[in-house]
Write a protein that binds this ligand. Structure first.
Ligand SMILES: Cc1cc2nc3c(=O)[nH]c(=O)nc-3n(C[C@H](O)[C@H](O)[C@H](O)COP(=O)(O)OP(=O)(O)OC[C@H]3O[C@@H](n4cnc5c(N)ncnc54)[C@H](O)[C@@H]3O)c2cc1C
Length: 445
């Protein structure tokens, strides 16, 4: 069975890898090399505990303060506000307590099998060494700040997430490099992180290529040359943008790309924040927007934290990685096309002493800066499911803050759907048509 996967971010790659493992003939369509979108530059957390939705009841009271603080965790570009408003309104509606609990339950079901899904997949891709399982920790500078996040922590504790709360001197016993201003540290020991998110994507792509070649009786030689798009084996990695679909007898028969049409028996749409127009062609209109985030990676910091740290006030992570110490997070609403506002990245650097006061400006001198587009839906749940119009099209996008964590489980669910198996979790909370179906015409772009 020939399956085209549109998008070579971590979600598309995990889908492609799982399908290749099951013997499908996979083609991965992306104009860019694997992992170059949001997936390569994220904070690297495997955070099974991140099922708490973005919008909590109290968040609206905090929003004005965040929006007026140039270093705050949330910003909206004024020119984008009119376009963001409908999405923000839906976000607001999602913050009712019963909806928050429903979303948390759905996301908990998706995230709980993270290790069960990721560990064998990473091993298959030869990337087990990129995964650490020593948890992450949230740093607070007052009891009042911790109390302000009480609902989120209660939702986690009620769903069995192990949380060790450290106060006073035990914070510095846990990690002597931490700022004395940190009064409360919540360590979640069963979580983990990735030492190189881009490397993990590339490993998955290499494994898909190698599997496809060995299935065809060829060798995996030259596979590495395909990673940068040059000399790619375009029979597997298609370096082109998907433009639309050819439909015959109620099924997707071809994917149209910039390099021509590809015959398919099935298609998986996993183009992250760019999935909206293609999803509409597949019969689903979803309120997909992008929460843009930034990172700065300090290439040779003089100290590293013991585990990834959440700066709870600023809502960003400092994650120890192979490439250095990555500060990543925050949310900016500015759409897909606006240029990056690097002041958002600088703001992360400015706040670094809140966590690790020893890091000096000389550490900061060797840093790279990055902006990525989280694919986000206002109910904080991705779309994972069959197209309501075409039984051989599966949609898998909108993973927002947890795309790395949930990619392997998403790949498993997508493979189950394509094989006609019963999905291992209830997929109704992730249904593509939960926001209403898109109007026709269905056949062509
Ligand atoms: C600052 C930041 C920190 C984050 N930290 C974490 C974290 O710690 N843990 C976690 O789990 N998640 C984290 N995330 C979220 C995570 O990075 C995303 O959810 C995830 O990368 C989304 O993966 P994706 O494959 O859907 O999208 P992407 O990685 O964006 O991939 C989509 C791909 O689709 C391709 N594409 C687009 N249009 C087309 C087309 N028409 N045809 C073909 N291809 C197309 C793009 O080129 C791209 O390669 C973070 C995100 C940000 C921004």
């Amino acid at each position: 069975m020939r399956v085209a996967v549109i998008g070579a971010g971590v979600v598309g790659l995990a889908c492609a890898a799982t399908l290749a493992q099951r013997g499908y003939q996979v083609r991965l369509i992306d104009p860019d090399p694997p992992g170059q979108g949001c997936s390569g530059g994220n904070a690297g957390l495997f955070s099974l505990s991140s099922f708490v939705p973005l919008a909590l009841p109290g968040a609206w009271a905090k929003a004005p303060g965040w929006l007026t603080d140039p270093q705050g965790p949330l910003t909206i570009r004024p020119a984008y506000l009119p376009r963001a408003l409908p999405w923000l309104w839906q976000l607001h509606r999602s913050s009712r307590v019963d909806r928050v609990v429903a979303s948390a339950n759905a996301m908990h079901a998706l995230l709980a099998p993270t290790w069960d899904a990721w560990l064998p997949l990473a091993q298959w891709a030869g990337a087990s060494g990129l995964i650490r399982r020593d948890g992450w920790a949230a740093a607070y500078r007052s009891k009042a700040a911790l109390d302000g996040d009480a609902l989120g922590w209660r939702l986690r504790a009620e769903r069995g997430i192990r949380i060790d709360t450290l106060t006073g001197g035990s914070v510095r016993e846990f990690d002597p490099n931490l700022s004395p201003a940190i009064t409360h540290l919540l360590h979640l020991p069963d979580q983990g992180h990735c030492l190189d998110p881009l490397g993990l994507c590339q490993a998955l792509a290499r494994a898909v290529l190698a599997q496809s070649k060995s299935a065809k009786g060829g060798s995996a030689q030259g596979v590495l040359g395909a990673m940068d798009g040059r000399g790619a084996d375009v029979s597997v990695l298609v370096p082109a943008r998907a433009l639309g679909f050819e439909v015959r007898d109620g099924r997707v028969a071809q994917v149209h790309t910039e390099r021509g049409a590809i015959d398919v028996d099935a298609v998986v749409l996993a183009a992250g924040a760019f999935s909206g127009p293609l999803a509409e062609q597949l019969g689903t209109r979803v309120p997909l927007d992008t929460e843009r985030g930034y990172h700065v990676t300090l290439k040779s910091p003089s100290v590293m934290p013991r585990v990834p740290l959440l700066e709870a006030a600023g809502k960003w992570f400092a994650t120890p990685m192979t490439a250095g110490l990555r500060l990543a997070g925050t949310v900016e609403f500015a759409g897909l096309d606006a240029p990056p506002d690097w002041r958002r990245a600088e703001a992360l650097l400015d706040q670094l002493p809140n966590l690790l006061p020893q890091l000096s400006h000389s550490d900061v001198g060797h840093a790279d800066r990055w902006m990525g587009r989280r694919p986000s839906l206002p109910d904080s749940r991705p779309v994972i499911g069959r197209s309501p119009r075409f039984a051989n099209a599966v949609l898998a996008f909108g993973h927002a803050h947890v795309g790395l964590t949930s990619a392997a489980m998403t790949g498993r669910l997508v493979a189950q759907l394509l094989a006609g198996e019963r999905p291992s979790i209830d997929l109704s909370p992730f249904a593509p048509d939960r926001f209403g179906a898109a109007p026709g015409p269905w056949s062509r772009h």
